[in-house]
Design a protein around this ligand. Structure first.
Ligand SMILES: CC(C)(COP(=O)(O)OP(=O)(O)OC[C@H]1O[C@@H](n2cnc3c(N)ncnc32)[C@H](O)[C@@H]1OP(=O)(O)O)[C@@H](O)C(=O)NCCC(=O)NCCS
Length: 147
């Protein structure tokens, strides 16, 4: 998409506070929660992919290492409400997948909110669990082979 720049950053980056704000607005406020009450120490181990338009962070997703060294976990997928449905989520997931593949991972795993399950399905993810509750809302485990 024209004008959209995708970058990979970490928590040291000056744009990380914008990523925090976006996650708060899109992933926490609508369900009555706040990142302020969460342990965010995992962020320090994550590769963070951001989408920017005119130097504003409008989308993010993070890759988190897990115990299974073959797999990496995708988390905190969010696109600013004004920008949803325009291919930005897809661009971010594809950038994260390309990076994970380059790093030698064979699959990506994630906990999808049930409302977002069709989005991930469209991108080639399959559901591997029954429905469970996380942050108070229904989720499923999804996975995609990337080798
Ligand atoms: C879910 C979310 C990340 C998707 O990002 P997006 O930029 O809006 O999605 P895209 O425009 O890249 O969509 C990619 C494809 O998935 C489809 N899609 C996206 N959301 C969908 C949904 N809820 N239901 C069905 N299809 C969906 C799109 O139509 C598109 O299909 P196409 O390529 O055939 O046109 C975004 O809407 C969002 O941030 N939602 C709120 C937070 C959230 O639920 N995050 C996920 C937590 S697990």
């Amino acid at each position: 998409m024209e004008g959209i720049v995708i970058s990979r950053i970490n928590i040291q980056d000056e744009r990380y506070p914008q990523v925090y704000e976006l996650r708060e607005e899109i992933l926490r406020k609508p369900i009555g929660l706040s990142l302020k009450n969460e342990d965010l120490s995992a962020d320090a181990q994550n590769d963070i992919f951001i989408a920017e338009n005119a130097n504003e962070v409008i989308g993010c997703v993070m890759l988190h290492p897990i115990a299974d060294e073959e797999k990496i976990k995708l988390r905190q997928m969010a696109v600013h409400s004004r920008w949803q449905g325009q291919g930005i989520g897809r661009m971010l997931v594809e950038a994260a997948e390309a990076y994970a593949k380059e790093k030698g991972y064979s699959s990506i795993i994630l906990h999808a909110r049930q409302v977002a399950e069709p989005f991930y399905k469209k991108l080639g993810y399959y559901t591997t669990s029954s429905v469970f509750t996380e942050v108070g809302i229904p989720h499923v485990v999804m996975e995609k082979d990337i080798f």
